[in-house]
Every structure is written in structure tokens, then in C-alpha cells.
Design a protein around this ligand. Structure first.
Ligand code: AQP
Length: 343
């Protein structure tokens, strides 16, 4: 069929982030670090999922001017974190209309019962789900279309996206069964690394998130060194010191989170972190963690700012990326139309 794009790699990766605010340490450690590595082993497509951003209330994504800025900011963050727009196809989702077109077909394949089980919708809609947008409910169907419009085989994400990827597999299987054709691949989630779920700095039971109203809950990729140090200093901890072994972190979500962040940034295990800091007080560990976070994140922030000073470059990357993405998506959408029976 029409999957081939002439890439040297057999497997194709697709992933994306919402331009709903500044990217944070969770996005970076949970997903982007893996995205960068996969550029050398897979054909990679990374998108800024602006269609997803507008599923939330306008107050969350900020309105048209802020959305345009956020799309550029996230594009710059991708490149600054190591996504090479020559190696990877980097684009914003709304420029490739096939994402929305395939979503409609998938809306007619996915079952209400499947969507009713999605925990992210329940969390984001909150108590007043009658007031949530239809788009928020349909979010995982659009995500399945994002992936399958490229016949992507692998999707690197954080732990929170696991359920959505299971739904993507269910949609592919049902489409293939309904039409009696092996057309869509059964995509593999790639959830790897020591920080697949980075938690809020204010509450170790909640994931770090762009839309958390408290800026102290997250480290943004745009934070200054002083902000990073301050947020880590103020991070919630419990009354005990650091344990000497990883099992001493059980039932202590805040301590476990900070140790996990250190491990992920340094590229070592939690046990190795505790070998170094176990038995000590949080205050000295927090200073070391702040220094490490600044060392790792400051070059990304500096590069982002440099890139954002050249808006024509960002625009060029997105235009080129969208054209390359569409060259893959359009023939797959044509095949879908034939399979479904559209004239
Ligand atoms: N806390 C996290 N730990 C590990 N991975 C995370 N990701 C997000 N938060 C964490 C991963 O980042 C990718 C992009 O996520 P997204 O921006 O598209 O949406 P999200 O998962 O809904 O992230 P946020 O920060 O919570 O955004 P808002 O607040 O706007 O909804 C995904 O791979 C995700 O797993």
C-alpha cells in the first residue's frame, strides 16, 4: 500500500505535544528524550498538536494570538531539545488536514463504550462533564488518526498516554476487521526511561502538567536558573530524610519523584542516586538537584531563545515539515476513502 516514503528506516515514529503553555520537565524526561534518540533508528515525525490544544477551554490555551505564539514556542523547544528538522519531519497538526479527515472515519469506527472508559477525559472534564467540549471527549480518536494517518509503528510517550494508545490499537483492529483488510498497523507504545511519569512538585500524587494553575508545580523549559532552584527548594517533601535504598521511597511520592527526576537528568538509577545522597537531609539534595537541573536545562532554554529570535526560520521548518508530512498522509487517506467506499 502507500506507506513508503523512501526512508532508510523500516519503522516509523509519530508523537506530539500540545501547545497549551510552556513545555515542562515531564514532557522533556517522559517523551522528548526518547524522541531525540529515536531519530537515529526510525523514520520520525513530531508534531505540535494544535488541534488537540483547542479541545480545552479558551482560557487554557489563551486565544488565537497566544496559540500562534505557543505553536512557535513548542517548535523551538523541540529543536532546542535536539529534534533535528532535517532528520525528523517537524510540523503543526492543523496544516495537514488529513488528521481531521481520518478522525471522522474513526469516529464511526470507535465505540462510545471505549471512549467512556478514558481516564484522561474524566480528569480533564472534572466534575462538570456536561460542560466539557465534544472535542475533549473525542481527543483520543484524533490521537489515533494522528498516528495511523502515517501508518506509524511506534509512539514514544509518557505513562499517562498508555490508555489512549490501547484505544488506537483497538481502532486499527476494528477498522481492519470491519473492512476485511490488513491496512492499519497495530502500533507499539514506547514508554521507557526512569521518568515516564514525573509528578507535580507540589503534590507527588498528581502528574506534572502544563495546565496546573500553580507554576510552582512544574519546571518549565523556559524557567531561569533562579526559578528552577527556587521551585526545587520549595518542592514538597515529607519530614524524613532520604533513605539509603530505593525501597525506602515506597509510600513517599514526593521523595520518590525528586529522586526519579535526579536519576533521569543524570542518566543513572534511583539506587545510584540514593547511594550518593541516602541518609542526608532534603535541603542538600535539593541544592544538588537544582544545580543539575540548571546544567541540563539552561542550554535548551538559551537555544530556544536564539531560535525564537528568527521567526522566519521557525516558519520555514513548519512549512517544510507540513509538506513532507502531507506527502505521506495524502495517499493513505486516499486509500482509506477507497476502502470505505467513498467515490
Ligand atoms: N508529568 C509527565 N511525566 C512524563 N511524561 C509526561 N508527558 C506529559 N506530562 C508528563 C508526556 O508529554 C507528552 C506530551 O503531552 P501533551 O502536552 O500533549 O499533553 P499532556 O499529556 O496532557 O501534558 P500536560 O502537561 O498535562 O498538558 P495539559 O496540561 O495541557 O493537558 C506526552 O507523551 C505525555 O505522555
Amino acid at each position: 500500500m502507500s506507506q513508503s516514503s523512501g526512508s532508510q528506516f523500516k519503522d516509523r515514529v509519530l508523537s506530539g505535544m500540545q501547545p497549551t503553555g510552556n513545555l515542562h520537565l515531564g514532557n522533556y524526561l517522559g517523551a522528548m528524550l526518547n524522541w531525540v534518540k529515536m531519530q537515529d533508528t526510525h523514520e520520525t515525525l513530531y508534531c505540535v498538536v494544535d488541534l488537540h490544544a483547542i479541545t480545552q477551554p479558551v482560557s487554557v490555551w489563551g486565544g488565537p494570538d497566544i496559540l500562534r505564539k505557543s505553536i512557535r514556542d513548542v517548535t523551538a523547544a523541540y529543536i532546542a531539545a535536539g529534534i533535528n528538522p532535517k532528520k525528523s519531519i517537524l510540523f503543526n497538526q492543523s496544516r495537514v488536514h488529513e488528521h481531521a479527515e481520518l478522525t471522522w472515519v474513526f469516529n464511526c469506527v470507535a465505540r462510545l463504550g471505549w471512549l467512556d472508559r478514558m481516564t484522561q477525559f474524566k480528569e480533564k472534564a472534572g466534575k462538570d462533564k456536561e460542560r466539557a467540549s465534544v472535542g475533549l471527549y473525542d481527543y483520543p480518536v484524533l490521537m489515533a488518526a494522528d498516528i495511523l494517518i502515517y501508518h506509524a509503528t511506534h509512539v514514544p510517550v509518557g505513562e499517562d498516554q498508555k490508555q489512549h494508545l490501547e484505544l488506537c490499537r483497538d481502532i486499527a483492529i476494528k477498522f481492519n476487521n470491519d473492512f476485511g483488510i490488513e491496512f492499519f498497523p497495530i502500533t507499539e507504545p514506547v514508554i521507557m526511561g526512569p521518568a515516564t511519569r514525573v509528578m507535580s512538585l507540589r503534590d507527588g500524587t498528581k502528574k506534572m502538567s502544563k495546565s496546573d494553575p500553580s507554576d510552582l508545580s512544574r519546571i518549565n523549559l523556559t524557567d531561569s536558573p533562579d526559578d528552577i532552584a527556587r521551585k526545587i527548594r520549595k518542592a514538597k517533601t515529607d519530614a524524613d530524610g532520604l533513605p539509603s535504598e530505593a525501597k525506602g521511597l515506597e509510600g513517599r511520592p514526593e521523595a520518590e519523584n525528586l529522586v526519579g527526576i535526579y536519576a533521569a537528568l543524570e542518566g543513572i538509577s534511583a539506587a545510584e542516586v540514593l547511594k550518593q545522597f541516602g541518609g542526608g537531609q532534603f535541603s542538600s539534595f535539593k541544592t544538588a538537584l537544582g544545580d543539575l537541573a540548571v546544567t541540563k536545562l539552561s542550554p535548551i532554554t538559551a537555544e530556544m531563545n536564539k531560535l525564537l529570535a528568527d521567526q522566519a526560520y521557525i516558519e520555514g521548518v513548519l512549512t517544510d515539515g507540513a509538506a513532507r508530512a502531507q506527502a505521506i498522509a495524502a495517499p493513505i487517506m486516499q486509500d482509506v476513502k477507497k476502502i470505505v467506499g467513498f467515490l
